[in-house]
Design a protein around this ligand. Sequence first.
Ligand SMILES: [Zn+2]
Ligand SMILES: [Zn+2]
Length: 242
Amino acid sequence: MQQNSITHLFYPPRCPICDGILGFQEGLAHEACRRRLIYVKEPTCLRCGKPVYSPVQEYCLDCTRKTAVFARGNLFDGGASVWVYTKEMQESIARYKYHGKQEYARFYADEAVKHLGGWIRERRPECITAVPLNRRKLRVRGFNQALLVARQIGARLKIPVDDRLLVRTRYTLPQKELNPRQRLANLQKAFGPGDRASKYASVLIVDDIYTTGSTMQICSMILKKCGAKKVWILSLCIGSDY
Ligand SMILES: [Zn+2]
Ligand SMILES: [Zn+2]
C-alpha cells in the first residue's frame, strides 16, 4: 500500500461542500456537490465582477456608490470571484474558518486557478497578497483564511505571495451594526500600509468573501497611495445584485 493511500485510510479527506468523506478517487470534492455551487458567470459588474441583472447594467450598485466616494485613481482596477455566495459556500467557508477545515484551501485555490487562472495571468500582477486579519482574530483562528488560499494560488501560478503589503491596525466593530458612512470610517481606521506596501507596481489582493467591497476598496486605496499603479481583487465568493 502506498503512503498516500494509508494516509487516506486513517485521515480520509472531506468534501469542502458537504463535509462528507471523499472516496479515494473522488478528487477534492464530490462531483454532485460541486454541481450545486453557482459559479460566477456574465453578466457581471465591469469593476468588481459581481453578477448583475443584465449586460446593460455596467456597474453593480455598490461600485456605482464607490465611484462617488473614492477618487478615481484609488479605485481597484478590476475584480473576479469564483462563486456566488450561496448557502453551500456560506457553510463551507464557516467550517474552513472556524472549525479547523484548513484542508479546504486546496479545493478553493484549485477552483480559483481553474476558473480564473487565465484572468489572473492576463493581468500579470507582480505579486499576490491577502486582506490581513487583526491580531486578535489571527490568534483565535490560528491562520489567515485569505492568505492560505493566496499562497496556494501563487504557488500554482508561480506568482510571488507577499503578506507584508497591508496591516490591520486595530480591532473593528462588527460592520453589521453600522450604517454605510460609519462602516467606511470604521474600516478606514482598521487598515494601514505594511512595510513592503510600496514594493510592487501591480498587486492582486485575495479575500474569501466579497459583499459590498469596502474592505477591498480601502486596501486598494492604501496600495495605490503607496505607489501601486494597478490593483486587482479576487475573492472566492461574492454576493449578487439580485
Ligand atoms: Zn460532498
Ligand atoms: Zn461592482
